[in-house]
Structures are given as structure tokens and as C-alpha cells.
Design a protein around this ligand. Structure first.
Ligand SMILES: [Zn+2]
Length: 522
């Protein structure tokens, strides 16, 4: 059966609603790995997978253990930046945040600060912010996003963020260069989120993959400065924001600011194991070829009490909706008279919020070979309100899965959203990217923004309100959520996955994609 002949499956909006409400209730304590909330969430998902008729996806188990390291930073001193004449003191959590990917118990900084532009080494764009630079033992200050975000949109991918724009990349590169610390300068437009999101995401312990068996380079500590703190640092060096602007130019050279940063903090670290939950439908004809649906179950846990007395990050939209969607997709597949030729995996991954760790672990330690993995479809924060007439595709132009999505959308009477840029690097910000980095084509599609203009102002308000709740304790279940948009998008994910699961084709990366070569090596 072709996609055009495939009837549109019904998606159970009431079940979506109920499962989202349940998983985002206070009982799950914000679903942070290693907490009681994790235990409860894992049990819930496993039971729902079983109930949907899925088989255990990791031999006889629904779980894939994910070994993690948790670090907790405490006794953080103010961060003092000194020039020969003057100094400024910055307050932890207000002016800067820290992340320590280290098992070293003590952080001591008393080191020179180098401004390294965007902190990017991108041979395909002939760009190297670290050229001729020795940052060993230094504190590197970099900007979020990539040089294409500046005035010259002909470089990199223009307003579309490349992976080089992501903070995760900045820290990886600084570590490869041997830096002692790396700080990203926040900018709301360039990051696509406010400094409050940075603060909320780094206000407790941090998680990393346990790399004891496979050590990777790391800095001693990383962090972010608020835009206003960064301005003060530049002023101490006798510079202003024109220095930041100059980093968009090809002839930019990193500069030592003639400043020293001092800071002390304690780090306690321990190792523990979280879990990915994997359910499976075994293919009837080609069981050794796999389609994977992913969605993260974790969220930010419990923070400090706010004025409102609420300290639980319920993560209702992000990402109880995605898990509810994963469960509905599993049920929809099982209901099909014709069961898929290829195997279909439903993976609820852990520790997305802390750096896509559960998916990264799976992609680096796959239960089923990645070369036999046809495609990945990810869901992160479903559209809880109205159905849109258009769809958006993260990382448009990357791979052929978008052609499947456009075909499925057409069947629903929807079309591809016109224009717009992926300035926030959405394609690099959720779990499918862990697979992309290993060369597996992945789809990150969702609702567009065309609601058929009957009540546009009202809808605009609703989505603006949702946006403000992102990564805050206010991302809570709302009985007004209709899940109309989510149901439409789930239908689309089903159509794409079901088609892939019943054909023999292997969707490819498109010409010019930075991930094409990795796949071809497999
Ligand atoms: Zn999320």
C-alpha cells in the first residue's frame, strides 16, 4: 500500500491528555534521573508499553541501563574578573552559571581570559577561531550561535544555525583545544531563549555520560555569563560590544583580554545508572531493519522554592506530551491489520535535558546496529493547542525524510511552512541529533504556525504564554489543552514511520549535508 492509499489513523486525544496529565503531576517530582520521580516514570512507561502490546526492546528487558556521572557544584565563590587597574565581582546564578564535567573535587580558577569569537573550528567553512592560539590552562570566552548569525548571512548557513552554534559544541571544542574553562556569553536572540532558561537548566546537579571506560577530553569547568555581565567584562578590558561584532568577520583573530578570572568551587561527583525504556514491534519480513521513534521522559526535577511556593518542574509540554505521543504511536501501530515488515522501536530516552545523554548513549551503544537503522523520528514537546495547516521541518534540506513528511502532510491537507529560519538550531537540540551525529537520518518535524487565521491574536497569546513557561516550574498540565495539534502531528509521524516500516528503501542524506559522509562509511 502506498502512503496515498493508507487511511489516516485515529489518534486518541483523551489518552494523550490523560497520560500527559499523569506524567506531569507532582507525584513524578519533575522526572529527574536518580530520583524517586525517575522510578515512577520508568514504571509508568514500561506498563504503558506493555499495555500497548510492545515486546521488551533490549533482549528480555524493557530497559537499557545508561551509566551516568552526576556532579554537584557547591561553595561557589563570586567570580572575580581583574584587570591591572580594576575588578568586577560576579554573582553565581545571577550573573553566571557553572557546569562541571569533572570528577575533580575542587575548582580553582586564576587564569587569563581569551575571547575566541564563536569558538568554532569548521574546516568545511574554512573557519578557525582557535587558529594559532594556545588556550591551554586559559579561560575561553565565546559567543553563542555561529558567524552566519551576524550581519553577513552568506557565511555558514546564514540565519540557520549550524551545530557549531550550539553551546554543547562550544564546550566540546574548548575541551579539544585544551582550555581550562569555557564560558558562553548569553544573548537572547542568538540563543533563542532567555538567560532564565540557562539559569533554570543549571540550578542543580549536572549529568554526564560515565566515561571511565572511554575517557574524552574535558575542561575543568564551563559556564555561561549573562549579556550584561559580559559587557562589564569587555569594559574592564577597555573594549565594548564592537569586539563581539568583529567576530563575525572572516579575518577575526582571538584576543587575550588582559584579564584574569578567579573562582573557587567544590564539586562532589558520583556515578549512577539511569534507564532508557525500549519497546519493540518485531518486523514480519525484515526484522533486522529498524525504524526508531524517540522521545525523552526526563525533565528538570525539583528546584529551589519560588515565591509562588512551587518548586517542581513538572515538564508537562516538555516532555510528558512526547511520551504520551510515543505511547499512542505504539498503540496505533499495534492496531494495524498489516503489521510492519521492518521492526519498529519506541525508545523513551533519559537525560535529554542534561545534554541528550540517553539518546547519545543509545547511539554510541546501540542495541541494534545503526547501519541497520533506517530512520529516527523524534518528538519533543508536542503542540497542545490547535491543528496547523502547515508543518515545520527542523534542519530542512538535510535528508530525504522531509520528503516523506511533506507527502504525509499533503495527505492531511497540510503543506510545508514557507520561509522562516532555524535560528535557534532546533535540529541540534533534541534526541534525534544523537543519531544524526552517528549518521542515521532523523526527522524532527512538527506543527507550523498557520492556524487558518480565524482567531490569530488569541492563538498568538496562548503560544506566547506557553513559550514563557518553557523550562520553568510553570510548564504544568492545563485542562484547556485540546491536543488537536498533537494528534495531527502524531498522525503524520505514524504515516512516515509506517511507510518506512513497509518498504525497502533507505532514505539518504541530501547533497551538502555535513552528516552524509558519516552514513556512507557505515
Ligand atoms: Zn524536551
Amino acid at each position: 500500500m502506498t502512503l496515498a492509499q493508507q487511511p489516516l489513523p485515529a489518534i486518541n486525544k483523551e489518552a494523550l491528555k490523560a497520560n500527559t496529565k499523569e506524567l506531569s503531576s507532582d507525584y513524578y517530582q519533575g522526572r529527574k534521573p536518580f530520583t524517586i520521580g525517575e522510578k515512577r516514570a520508568l514504571e509508568f512507561i514500561k506498563n504503558k508499553f506493555k499495555g500497548a502490546g510492545l515486546k521488551p526492546g533490549n533482549r528480555n528487558s524493557f530497559f537499557q541501563p545508561v551509566p551516568l556521572m552526576e556532579t554537584d557544584i557547591s561553595n561557589v565563590s563570586p567570580l572575580i574578573v581583574k584587570s591591572d587597574e580594576a575588578s568586577e565581582s560576579f554573582e553565581y546564578m545571577k550573573d553566571f552559571v557553572l557546569l562541571a564535567e569533572t570528577s575533580a573535587p575542587q575548582i580553582n580558577l586564576n587564569d587569563d581570559i581569551i575571547f575566541a569569537g564563536y569558538g568554532v573550528v569548521a574546516p568545511e567553512y574554512n573557519w578557525n577561531d582557535y587558529a594559532g592560539l594556545d588556550v591551554k590552562g586559559k579561560v575561553v570566552l565565546v559567543m553563542v550561535n555561529d558567524p552566519g548569525f551576524g550581519v553577513d548571512t552568506t557565511i555558514f548557513k546564514g540565519k540557520n544555525m549550524t551545530y557549531y552554534g550550539r553551546w554543547t559544541y562550544k564546550f566540546e571544542e574548548a575541551a579539544r583545544q585544551g582550555a581550562k574553562a569555557c564560558f558562553v556569553i548569553h544573548n537572547t536572540a542568538a540563543a533563542a531563549y532567555g538567560f532564565n532558561v540557562v539559569q533554570n537548566s543549571n540550578n542543580g546537579s549536572d549529568l554526564f555520560l560515565d566515561e571511565r571506560a572511554n575517557p574524552q577530553p574535558h575542561t575543568l569547568v564551563n559556564g555561561w555569563f549573562s549579556a550584561s555581565a559580559a559587557k562589564k567584562i569587555l569594559a574592564l578590558a577597555g573594549k565594548d560590544t564592537s569586539l563581539l561584532v568583529s567576530a563575525n568577520k572572516k579575518d577575526f583573530k582571538a584576543v587575550s583580554l588582559g584579564l584574569k578570572a578567579t573562582l573557587t568551587a567544590k564539586v562532589t561527583s558520583h556515578y549512577s545508572t539511569s534507564q532508557n525504556v525500549i519497546g519493540m514491534i518485531k518486523g514480519t519480513k525484515r526484522p533486522n531493519e529498524y525504524i526508531i521513534y524517540t522521545s525523552h521522559w526526563d525533565h528538570l526535577g525539583v528546584g529551589a522554592k519560588e515565591e509562588t511556593g512551587d518548586s517542581i518542574y513538572n515538564g508537562a509540554q516538555d516532555n510528558a506530551t512526547g511520551i504520551a505521543g510515543l505511547i499512542e504511536l505504539a498503540k496505533t501501530f499495534k492496531k494495524m491489520k498489516k503489521q510492519p515488515d521492518r521492526s519498529v522501536l519506541f525508545i523513551a530516552v533519559t537525560a535529554e535535558e542534561q545534554g541528550l545523554l540517553g539518546s547519545k548513549y543509545y547511539a554510541e551503544n546501540p542495541v541494534y546496529p545503526l547501519k541497520n537503522t533506517v530512520a529516527v523520528i523524534n518528538m519533543d514537546a508536542l503542540n497542545v493547542y490547535d491543528r496547523t495547516k502547515d508543518i515545520s521541518i527542523g534542519g530542512f534540506g538535510q535528508n530525504e525524510l522531509e520528503d516523506y513528511a511533506i507527502e504525509a502532510a499533503a495527505k492531511q491537507g497540510r503543506s510545508l511552512k514557507k520561509g522562516g529560519y532555524d535560528t535557534g538550531g532546533g535540529y541540534f537540540r533534541s534526541d534525534h541529533f544523537s543519531f544524526v551525529k552517528q549518521g542515521v537520518p532523523a526527522l524532527a518535524a512538527g506543527s507550523g504556525s498557520d492556524y487558518g487565521d480565524t482567531h490569530e491574536a488569541e492563538i498568538g497569546k496562548k503560544y506566547a504564554d506557553l513559550g514563557k513557561r518553557y523550562h520553568s516550574t510553570k510548564d504544568e498540565f492545563n485542562p484547556d489543552w485540546t491536543f488537536e495539534g498533537a494528534a495531527a502531528d502524531l498522525q503524520l509521524y505514524f504515516l512516515v514511520g509506517y511507510k518506512l516500516a513497509n518498504e525497502k528503501t533507505w532514505p539518504k542524506w541530501k547533497e551538502g549535508s555535513e552528516f552524509k559522509a558519516i552514513r556512507e562509511k557505515q
